[in-house]
Each structure stands twice: as structure tokens, then as C-alpha cells.
Design a protein around this ligand. Structure first.
Ligand code: MIG
Length: 680
């Protein structure tokens, strides 16, 4: 790596986040186009009128982040409206693409505010929570070059197991083993492929981590085996908070060994989440992290090989102190004739009990014997929870690659697991948000990711489900998940089952391509999902496109995200072949020349745009990933002479990671209408 293109500046005494893996010498004096001022907490840059700004990872709004103010602060917030500043992940990395082309990574584990043309339309003003941080400035010719350098700096992204590229069904909650079996039966009986079913909080005994309700999942180990025999992986949730209960081993071990976070008096910090009162494992204390990580063994011993870590911002419903304060305030108004502003204040007091800054300020971590207030390290709590599990998996089952993804994250965590995009809603606008977050997350190293397909909160419709599925089939993490109390949205619940079956099967036909592109993007520090602006430099139309993506090297997608549409406008950035799939074998092909087009797309169709002289590999779909038959490989597209393609396959696991083999194919011009190919 040309490390001279990355400059590191150190201000004050930064807390070590372990976000990076490369050692870079400290420079002094930032280049003149960037100004660091105000006791080093302000970083400013004057943008040109047409500069674009990328990055920020998990955040609302467009791929071009310009025109809003974002804050990196891991937040449990299920209302992803466009005015939000923070979501669950904290990813303080931006790329400026204008006269100057550079990346800025503000490595600081608490709040950093990125005002990107909000206060002043042409100014980027970054405010760091404290003057103790590392600033990386990455220079390059293009945004893609900057991403590559940045990704090398932060280290190789997590590679999820091959089976987790299959379709996964979730809901809060499938309450019993019968419920789970019935989901599997419904998928299989309808001929819908599926690889995993999720267990949300209700599988546990009183929401206690690493327990399983004996009543609802009797003989859980046998059950795990029986679903595995049906080629289904069960993926249980693990919450950050540990229930306080005498006799519960996880609690008692944590308490007795001082593995929990403390309060200002040195007592275990107590707050309430799902199980009622809980303590939070101190993941910043290496001993506590190691201890908690090994607890996953309780479940891996029963055959579980995938997990999702939730509520690890950490989310807090209330603390005793906070609740008391709120109750006092509420009762102080009793019998009084309160004015309207007091009334609103009252409402805010009650709502503010959850995830309150006062509570976070009362949490203390033990970092190598030193007590560190949570306020300065908030964003790396969930990161270290996920790292603790990943480290443990390598010891517990080195011959397996165990699926792990998290809700909260910080840059660096991308080496240990994936993330899902949190509690979105069954809203049309959230299909687009799903699309826009994919490249932004890739820029920050998060490759195994996806949104809760069809939407977590709120009620979905059949049309929304189909349209979202048409994007969902390209998400590495393709999971249908929904909240308690919302309309059932398993795909067999809808009327047009043929359409759902066809689209799900299309996903399986595409898995070899998606997996290969995933692996290559990880290995080459590349984006699997590229904005058109990264690929077609200097094309002002391509540069403005916010609702289409390049997926891997061969294709572009342009999903419909509006109701009652008959298709959509698509910008074709170079001559392309549009393949309109109704199913894996039923498709029509049309050529498009560069320019703006309206493309008709019915809601039971998926259109894939294949670049000229590139090809898309496909296999015959299967009911689950283990049954994918690579001997059915074929390529579609339009090739003038020859195209070389590298297919990546998982052949096993060692040291907790997938072993990947590669096959190179040479694909050439049509012979009787289908492309010829041979292994080289
Ligand atoms: O307070 O476990 O984001 O996926 O279904 C809600 C219940 C807690 C939030 C997660 C969501 C999960 C839900 N959890």
C-alpha cells in the first residue's frame, strides 16, 4: 500500500479504538485545504458548488450526503425519517469528490457531528466531541481509490458463511418450535427456497441470554438437529443486557468477577431492558469480553451456527434513577393547571427516560484497570460485543464459519461481523433507503449487510413485499423480518405465490454471482455496491443517480420503489442489455443505448442490466444453498470476443473462516444463442 497517500494526525490523547490495522506514522500540519481549529475540535472544508460527499455508512438520506447534518452516535431509534442524524452504527468517514478528492476518517469513539452543508451550504464543519482523536486524511485520484486505501487501512472485512447468502426468514417472534417448524413447512411446501429461520427474544427463558425456554422449545438440541436435517439454520438473538437474577449463572459469574459495567459509585450499573433489570457486560474489559464470548458455546454446543447481537448501542429502556426523576417531575404537576409548554416538557420527560444521556454518563468501563466513563467510548460498545463473539468462535469451533452480525457498530467491527440496517418500516421510502445505504456501508467496510426486507415496523402490502423483494434478492443479508404486532409478512402469506416463488428462486440462481462478487470486493477492498458516480466519472447524469447501483462487475440494478408503478425511469450509463426476469428461465432481453429511458417493470419482474462485454453467471436455483449445483452454471450477456470471470466458492472452514476456492472461466460469443464458456 502507498501509505504516503494516507496521513495521520493525532490530537490530544485518543482512546484506542482498534479501528485500523496499518501502522502509519504521525504527520504534523494538515494540508492547507482542510482547517483544524477551535482547540482542534473543528475540522472545516469549503466545498465547491458541485462537490459531492460520500460515506457516513449507516445513515439516512442519499448516497451523496451533502445537505444534512449527521452525528456518529450509536442510537436505538426505530424511526428512520430523513431528519434523523444518527442510526445504530457510527461510521465517521467521508469522501469529498470535487476539485480536491480526499477522504477523512475521524477516529473518535463518541459523538462526532458532520455538518455537510447544513448550517452553511458550501461548508463541511466537523465537530469532534473532545480534542482527543486521530484524523486520517486519504488522498487519491478518485473516490474509489480512496475507498480502497481506506479499506486497506481498516483491514479486511468479515466474510459470512456461504449458507447465509440464502434467504432467511425472521419475525419477532416465532414463539415455539412448532411455530418455527410451520414456517419451514410453509416455505418448503410452497416450493420457496430458504436457508434460515430466526429466533427473536421469546425463545429465551425470561429473556435471559444463553438460555432456551424449556416450555416453548423442549429438547432444543434435538430440535436444532431436526431442522438442520431439513437444511435450515436457526439463528438466535443475543441481547447485550444480562438479567439480574440470583441463581442465573451468567449474571452471577459476571457479578462475582466484576465483568459488568459500573456506575459512578463503583457498583454494577443497573438499567432495565427486556428481562427487567440488567447489568451490561463490560466489553471494553478484555477479560469480561473473553468470558462473555465463551458463553455462546452454550448454544453452539447444541448445533447453533449463527447469531445476531441486538440492543448493543447499548439500548436502555430506563434506569431506576432516570425513572424516579421522571416520576417526580410528572407528580409535581399533579393537580396543577399546567401551561402548554410545561405539558410538552412533561411529554419529553417521559419519552426521554429511554436511552438517556444521563444514564450513559453513569456507566463506567474498566479499561486495563482504569475507569473510563462511557461518554467517551459509547460507539465502540457494540463493536466489542461482536468482537468478543467472533474471537470466541475461533476457539470454540475453528472448523466452522459461524454467522455473526450486529445492530450497533463502529469502523473496525467490520472485521468481525456484519450488520443489519435496524428497525426500518414497511414504507416505500425505505426500499430506497435500503438501496442507498448499501454503497455507503461498503465504503466503511461493512459488506455483509441488508435491511429488514418488507420492513420491520408497520404493516406491509403485497405490492410492497414484491417490490422490496426485487431489491432484497441482491442484498448479501437477505432477511425478511418484522415487528411484533405487524401484519404477517412471510412470503407464503400473500396471494400471488408464483411471483414470490419465482423471485426467491431467482435469488438462488444469482447466489454464485453475488457470493463471488462479495468475496472479490472483500479481497480487493472494493465496493460490491457502487454508485454510478464511482464507475462513470465525468458523466454528469450518472453522477447524479441516487436510485440505481452497480452490483459487482457485470450488472446494474434499478428497482422500483414507488406504489402503483408500471416501471421507472432508468439512466443507462453505457450500452447495456436489459434482462427482464419473470423467473430464472423465463426472461426477455432488450438492448439499450446510453441515455435516459423509461423501462416497464411489472411487480412480478426483476430487470438486470448487464454491461456490454460482461456476462452474468447463473445456476439453476435450489431449495437451499447446499443443494446449489454448480454443474448447471451458464452465462448470459452480450460478448464481442472474450470475457474472463472468476467464480469464488466456499469449500470448507478453518480458523473460524471460510476456505475459498477460485475458478476462472473464459466466456465467449454466442453459439446457438447461449454464451460459450470454459474453465481456464
Ligand atoms: O426493542 O428483539 O432491532 O430486530 O426484533 C426491540 C426484538 C428489540 C430490536 C431489533 C429487532 C428485534 C427486536 N429488538
Amino acid at each position: 500500500m502507498k501509505t504516503d497517500a494516507i496521513k495521520k494526525y493525532v490530537f490530544g490523547k485518543p482512546f484506542e479504538t482498534n479501528s485500523t490495522v496499518e501502522d502509519i506514522e504521525t504527520s504534523d500540519g494538515v494540508p492547507s485545504y482542510v482547517t483544524v481549529s477551535g482547540d482542534s475540535i473543528h475540522i472545516t472544508y469549503n466545498m465547491g458548488k458541485n462537490d459531492k460527499v460520500y460515506g457516513m455508512g449507516e445513515a439516512v438520506r442519499g448516497i451523496n450526503k451533502r445537505g444534512w447534518i449527521y452525528e456518529t452516535y450509536c442510537s436505538d431509534d426505530p424511526m428512520h425519517t430523513e431528519t434523523k442524524r444518527s442510526l445504530y452504527g457510527a461510521h465517521p468517514f467521508i469522501i469529498v469528490d470535487g476539485e480536491d478528492v480526499f477522504g477523512l476518517f475521524v477516529d473518535y469513539p463518541d459523538r462526532v457531528t458532520f455538518d455537510i452543508g447544513y448550517t452553511s451550504i458550501n461548508v463541511i464543519d466537523i465537530t469532534v466531541g473532545a480534542p482527543d482523536y486521530k484524523l486520517y486524511l486519504i488522498e487519491g485520484e478518485t473516490p474509489l481509490e480512496i475507498v480502497r486505501k481506506f479499506r486497506q487501512l481498516i483491514g479486511r472485512s468479515y466474510i459470512a458463511p456461504f449458507w447465509s447468502f440464502g434467504f432467511q426468514q425472521s419475525r419477532w417472534s416465532y414463539n415455539t418450535s412448532r411455530d418455527v417448524q410451520s414456517v419451514i413447512d410453509n416455505y418448503r411446501d410452497n416450493g420457496f427456497p430458504i436457508d434460515a429461520v430466526y429466533l427473536d427474544i421469546d425463545y429465551m427463558e425470561s429473556f435471559k441470554d444463553f438460555t432456551v425456554s424449556e416450555q416453548n422449545f423442549p429438547d432444543f438440541g434435538e430440535f436444532v438437529k431436526s431442522v438442520k436435517a431439513q437444511n435450515i439454520h436457526l439463528v438466535p438473538i443475543i441481547d447485550a443486557g444480562v438479567k439480574i437474577e440470583d441463581g442465573y449463572d451468567v449474571y452471577e459469574e459476571g457479578r462475582d468477577n466484576d465483568y459488568f459495567c459500573k456506575d459512578e459509585n463503583g457498583e454494577d450499573f443497573v438499567a432495565a431492558v427486556w428481562p427487567g433489570k440488567v447489568c451490561f457486560p463490560d466489553f471494553l474489559n478484555p477479560k469480561a469480553a473473553e468470558w462473555f464470548g465463551m458463553k455462546y458455546k452454550t448454544l453452539t454446543d447444541l448445533g447453533i451456527d449463527g447469531f445476531w447481537n441486538d440492543m448493543n448501542e447499548p439500548a436502555i429502556f430506563y434506569s431506576e434513577k432516570g425513572l424516579e426523576r421522571a416520576i417526580d417531575k410528572v407528580t409535581s404537576y399533579k393537580g396543577k393547571n399546567i401551561g402548554i409548554y410545561d405539558f410538552f416538557g412533561l411529554k419529553d420527560t417521559v419519552l426521554g427516560v429511554s436511552n438517556s444521556p444521563d444514564d450513559y454518563s453513569s456507566i463506567y468501563h474498566n479499561v486495563n484497570g482504569e475507569s473510563v466513563c462511557h461518554d467517551t467510548v459509547h460507539n465502540i460498545y457494540g463493536y466489542n460485543m461482536t468482537k468478543s463473539a467472533s474471537d470466541a468462535f475461533k476457539k470454540i469451533e475453528p472448523d466452522k464459519n459461524i454467522l455473526m452480525f450486529s445492530r450497533a457498530s463502529y469502523i473496525g467491527m467490520h472485521r468481525y461481523g456484519g450488520i443489519w440496517m435496524g428497525d426500518n418500516q414497511s414504507w416505500w421510502s425505505h426500499i430506497k433507503l435500503n438501496l442507498q445505504m448499501l454503497p455507503s456501508l461498503n465504503m466503511c467496510g461493512f459488506m455483509y449487510t441488508g435491511a429488514d426486507m418488507v420492513g420491520f415496523g408497520d404493516h406491509c402490502t403485497e405490492e410492497l413485499a414484491l417490490r422490496w423483494l426485487a431489491l432484497g434478492i441482491f442484498n448479501p443479508l437477505m432477511r425478511n423480518h418484522s415487528a411484533l404486532g405487524t401484519r404477517n409478512q412471510e412470503f407464503y402469506r400473500f396471494e400471488n405465490r408464483d411471483a414470490f416463488r419465482n423471485l426467491l428462486k431467482l435469488r438462488y440462481a444469482l447466489i454464485p454471482y453475488l457470493y463471488s462478487e462479495y468475496i472479490k470486493s472483500v479481497e480487493n477492498s472494493d465496493l460490491m455496491f457502487k454508485p454510478l458516480s464511482f464507475e462513470y466519472r465525468g458523466d454528469r447524469f450518472a453522477e447524479a443517480v441516487e436510485d440505481q447501483l452497480m452490483v459487482g462487475e457485470s450488472i446494474m440494478i434499478a428497482p422500483v420503489y414507488e406504489p402503483n408503478a408500471i416501471g421507472r425511469s432508468v439512466y443507462i450509463p453505457e450500452d447495456m442489455i436489459a434482462v427482464k426476469f419473470r423467473s430464472e428461465d423465463d426472461y426477455s432481453v432488450q438492448s439499450y443505448s446510453k441515455g435516459h429511458w423509461f423501462v416497464e417493470i411489472a411487480n412480478d419482474e426483476v430487470v438486470v442490466f448487464i454491461r456490454k462485454n460482461k456476462a452474468l453467471p447463473l445456476v439453476k436455483s435450489a431449495d437451499c444453498t447446499v443443494n446449489i449445483d454448480y454443474s448447471t452454471l451458464r452465462f448470459i450477456g452480450e460478448i464481442e470476443d472474450e470475457f474472463e470471470y472468476t467464480l469464488c466458492r466456499e469449500t470448507g472452514a478453518s480458523n473460524g473462516e471460510s476456505i475459498i476456492s477460485k475458478e476462472n472461466y473464459s466466456v465467449s460469443a454466442p453459439d446457438n444463442g447461449t454464451l460459450k464458456f470454459n474453465k481456464i
